[in-house]
Write a protein that binds this ligand. Structure first.
Ligand SMILES: NC(=O)c1ccc[n+]([C@@H]2O[C@H](COP(=O)([O-])OP(=O)(O)OC[C@H]3O[C@@H](n4cnc5c(N)ncnc54)[C@H](OP(=O)(O)O)[C@@H]3O)[C@@H](O)[C@H]2O)c1
Length: 272
């Protein structure tokens, strides 16, 4: 068990908090009794506690008072609904936020006496230790707090310290990115159906193709994606014909627009 990780309090217990909690527990980075969570008016905290064995606290201020690290994991717009007493209760704590589009300066207004603030952008593959988390901090991290941040994020996958000004772009690529890959997988299966395949067969072929290709990307981490692509596409062959059609249909432009829309939404959220 990693001794760098003190008791954690997750304020918000939905999909992202759940992915992080499961990732940490699966990696053996912390034991369930060292994690507390609170939610809003719904059932997510109760469900997460029941599924993972972590504790649920109905009063977030009580849970926060007993923790050294607050992981802020509600929806960005719910930040303003959090109790005003949070300002005093976060005094001396390390606050780690996963809220898309909420700048450090706004977090500082809510937690003015926190000992430091870290703004992260994780993604849901954190749940299986294959996440990508970029982070920026308000003040340079002490070595103690850097140990905590690394112990919190590294069991979830890869980490990338980055300037805060880039976090809207990070949100657009790796934060939202898993959804684009799932949508691609769905669309590939739909294409298979349009060619006459049974829906279940098309779904299976598309899913395993994405899983296998991702596995190759992982195993051949020194090879650019374009090189792996070219290994499939022999000159004059079927893949080359398909790739040409994909290019003509504007995949690159579509993804550029996709990322720009997500980046712009993140900026809108940042502006409040
Ligand atoms: N999903 C992703 O892939 C992803 C990726 C990167 C970052 N994020 C960030 O992660 C954060 C959470 O997203 P999500 O997808 O996990 O959302 P979600 O599943 O809707 O979860 C939101 C959580 O916030 C809780 N909550 C609502 N009001 C609250 C309040 N007043 N006090 C405390 N907790 C409250 C909800 O509890 P109830 O169920 O009780 O209402 C729920 O546990 C967002 O800020 C998002 O930007 C998400």
């Amino acid at each position: 068990m990693n001794s760098d990780l003190p008791p954690l309090f997750f304020l918000g217990a939905g999909r992202m908090a759940g992915a992080m909690v499961r990732g940490l527990l699966a990696a053996g980075a912390i034991s369930p009794d060292q994690i507390v969570c609170s939610g809003g008016r719904g059932l997510s905290a109760e469900a997460l506690a029941a599924e993972t064995g972590i504790r649920r606290e109905t009063d977030p201020l009580t849970a926060l008072a007993a923790s050294e690290v607050l992981v802020l994991a509600c929806k960005p717009h719910q930040l303003d609904e959090l109790p005003p007493e949070l300002a005093a209760t976060t005094a001396g704590k390390l606050v780690v936020s996963v809220l898309a589009g909420i700048p450090l300066a706004r977090l500082r207004q809510r937690a003015p006496q926190a000992r430091n603030l870290v703004r992260t952008m994780p993604n849901t593959p954190s749940r299986i230790g294959e996440g990508m988390t970029a982070y920026a901090m308000d003040e340079p991290l002490t070595s103690h707090d850097e140990g905590i941040v690394r112990a919190l994020l590294e069991p979830l996958g890869k980490v990338l310290p980055i300037a805060e000004s880039h976090l809207d772009a990070v949100t657009a690529i790796s934060g939202s990115g898993p959804a684009y890959v799932f949508e691609f997988t769905r669309a590939l299966a739909a294409a298979g159906e349009s060619l006459g395949l049974e829906p279940a067969d098309a779904a299976r072929l598309a899913r395993q193709t994405v899983i296998g290709a991702a596995g190759l990307l992982a195993q051949r981490s020194g090879s650019p994606a374009a090189e792996l692509r070219d290994e499939v596409a022999s000159p004059g062959g079927t893949t080359e014909a398909g790739l040409r059609a994909l290019e003509e249909a504007g995949l690159e432009e579509a993804l550029r627009r996709t990322a720009t829309a997500a980046r712009d939404r993140s900026r809108e959220l940042s502006a409040g």
